[in-house]
Design a protein around this ligand. Structure first.
Ligand code: ARG
Length: 458
C-alpha cells in the first residue's frame, strides 16, 4: 500500500516497520479532536481564499462521513496508515476525491498532533476537576457528620492529640482543592493553539491562526512555532497533576486500609466495595483502597516515562514524542475510575465513631494539655512543664492508666503547684475543643473549615 509520504522512496516499507512505527491503534482515541481540527483548518483555508467554498463543503461533508463511520464502528483502522491523521485523511480522499488532497495545505502532522493531543489533555484537566468535586462533596458529607467525633490524632502513627474525624477528613479536602487548582492552572496556561505552526517554522500561506484558535476554543495562538511543535509540557503537567492527586488518594486509601483492620476498627467498607478471599471464608478485604494505592505507582511511571522521553530531544519534532500518548491515556483513565470508585466507597462506608472515641482512651492524648496548663496556670516555663508532664505520663504507664483518667493525688505528688482544676483540662473532648486557633481541630473551627469547602463546592 502506498504511503502518503511514498514519493521519495523506491521500495515500500517493511511490515515490521509498520508495526513498530504506527500509533494508529491508540491515537485513534483522538479522532474527535482530529476531525474538529481539520474542520477548523479547512474553514480557515476557505476564508483565506486557499480553498473554494465548494471544496470546503465537500471536505466538511466528507469529515462528517468519516466521523460517523468511526462512531458506527465501520471505519477501517489500518496499521499501514501509521497514525490517525493519515488514516482519516486517506479515507476522506477516498470519499471525496481531489478536494481531500488539499486539506493538508499549510499544515503538518506536527502541528496537527499538537492540536489534537493538547485539546484532549485540556478537556481532561476539566473533566477530572468535575470528578474531583463530586468526590469532595461525598467526603464533605461524611466530615460534616463527624465534627464532634473524637479520634486519636497521630504523628509517627503514634497517638498524639485528640482531634475529630471531620477535621481529619478536612485535611484531605484541602489536598483535593489544591489538586483542582493545579488542573485549572494547567488548563489556563496551556490553552494556546498550535495550529498554523506547520512542520516547525510556520508557513508561507496566508493563514489566520486566530480564526482556527477561536474555532477550537483556544484563548490565543502560540508564540514560537519551533517551541510549539516540540512542546509536551501540557502532557507532563497533567501527568504531574494526576500523580499528585493520586498521591493524596493513596494516602487516604492507606488510612482506610488501616482503619478497616480489627486493630483500628474505625470504618467498615460496604459489601459492594469489598472483596472476599478464595480460601479464607471469613475475609472481607479492602481491595479498592489497596488498588488505588497501587495504581498510584503506575501513574508515577507514566510521568517518569515522559519526562525521560523528552529530556534529550533536540528541537523540534522528533518521533520519540509519539511515546507521549499511551502513558497519558492510561493515567487519565486511571484517574477517572479512581475518583469514581473512591467516591462510592466513601459514600457507602460505615464510620464506627464509638471505636474512634474508645481509641482515644489510651496513649495519653491530653499530655500536651497538662504541659499547657502548667504554663498557663502555674507560670512554669514550657520546657520544665514538658518534663513534669513526662513524669506524669511515666506514672500513668506504671499504673497502666491514661493521663486523662489518672487520680488527681498522683499529679499533686509529682508537682504540688498543680490544682484540682487540671482534671477538666485533661478530659479528651476538652482537649480537642481547646484547640481553637485558626485552622485548629476544635469542633467550631472544624465546622468553619467545612463551611469553607461547602461554599467552594457550590
Ligand atoms: N503520530 C505522530 C505522533 O504522534 C504524529 C506526528 C508525526 N509527524 C512526523 N513528522 N512524523 O507524534
Amino acid at each position: 500500500m502506498d504511503k502518503m509520504w511514498s514519493g521519495r522512496f523506491n521500495a515500500s516499507a517493511s511490515s515490521l516497520l509498520d508495526q513498530f512505527n504506527a500509533s494508529i491503534m491508540y491515537d485513534r482515541k483522538l479522532y474527535k479532536e482530529d476531525i474538529e481540527g481539520s474542520v477548523a483548518h479547512a474553514s480557515m483555508l476557505a476564508k483565506q481564499g486557499i480553498l473554494t467554498s465548494e471544496e470546503l463543503i465537500e471536505i466538511i461533508d466528507g469529515l462528517n462521513q468519516v466521523r460517523s463511520e468511526i462512531e458506527s464502528g465501520s471505519f477501517e483502522w489500518n496499521i499501514q496508515d501509521e497514525d490517525l491523521h493519515m488514516g482519516i485523511e486517506k479515507r476522506l480522499t477516498q470519499l471525496i476525491g481531489d478536494s481531500g488532497k488539499k486539506l493538508h495545505t499549510a499544515r503538518s502532522r506536527n502541528d496537527q498532533v499538537a492540536v489534537d493531543f493538547r485539546r484532549y489533555v485540556l478537556r481532561k484537566n476539566l473533566e477530572i476537576v468535575d470528578l474531583m468535586k463530586l468526590l469532595m462533596k461525598e467526603v464533605l458529607v461524611v466530615a460534616e457528620k463527624h465534627s464532634e467525633t473524637l479520634m486519636p490524632g497521630m504523628t509517627h502513627l503514634q497517638h498524639a492529640q485528640p482531634i475529630n474525624f471531620g477535621f481529619h477528613l478536612g485535611a484531605y479536602l484541602c489536598m483535593f482543592k489544591r489538586d483542582i487548582q493545579r488542573f485549572e492552572d494547567s488548563y489556563k496556561r496551556n490553552n494556546i493553539s498550535p495550529l498554523g505552526c506547520a512542520a516547525l517554522a510556520g508557513t508561507p500561506h496566508n493563514v489566520d491562526r486566530n480564526m482556527t484558535a477561536e474555532m477550537l476554543g483556544f484563548d490565543s495562538v502560540s508564540v514560537n512555532c519551533l517551541d510549539t511543535v516540540s512542546d509536551r509540557d501540557f502532557a507532563l503537567e497533567i501527568l504531574f497533576n494526576i500523580s499528585t492527586m493520586m498521591m493524596h488518594i493513596s494516602r487516604l486509601s492507606e488510612e482506610i486500609v488501616m482503619w478497616s483492620s480489627y486493630e483500628f476498627g474505625f470504618v467498615e467498607l460496604s459489601d459492594e466495595y469489598s472483596t472476599g478471599s478464595s480460601i479464607m471464608p471469613q475475609k472481607k478485604n479492602p481491595d479498592v483502597p489497596e488498588l488505588l494505592r497501587g495504581k498510584t505507582g503506575r501513574v508515577y511511571g507514566s510521568l517518569m516515562g515522559l519526562l525521560t522521553v523528552m529530556k534529550g530531544l533536540p528541537l523540534a519534532y522528533n518521533k520519540d514524542t509519539q511515546e507521549d500518548k499511551e502513558g497519558v491515556f492510561d493515567a487519565v483513565e486511571t484517574a477517572e475510575i479512581s475518583l469514581e470508585i473512591l467516591k462510592e466507597a466513601i459514600k457507602t462506608m460505615e464510620v464506627k465513631s464509638q471505636n474512634m472515641e474508645s481509641a482515644c482512651a489510651i496513649g495519653h492524648l491530653s499530655a500536651t494539655d497538662l504541659a499547657d496548663y502548667l504554663v498557663e496556670k502555674c507560670e512554669i516555663p514550657f520546657r520544665e512543664a514538658h518534663f513534669i508532664t513526662g513524669r506524669a505520663v511515666a506514672k500513668g504507664e506504671e499504673l497502666k492508666i491514661d493521663l486523662s483518667k489518672m487520680d488527681f493525688k498522683y499529679l499533686k505528688e509529682i508537682d504540688a503547684r498543680i490544682n484540682e482544676d487540671v482534671m477538666a483540662y485533661l478530659e479528651l473532648r476538652h482537649s480537642m475543643n481547646a484547640r481553637t486557633s485558626e485552622g485548629g481541630t476544635a469542633s467550631v473551627r472544624t465546622e468553619e473549615q467545612l463551611e469553607h469547602f461547602k461554599n467552594y463546592l457550590k
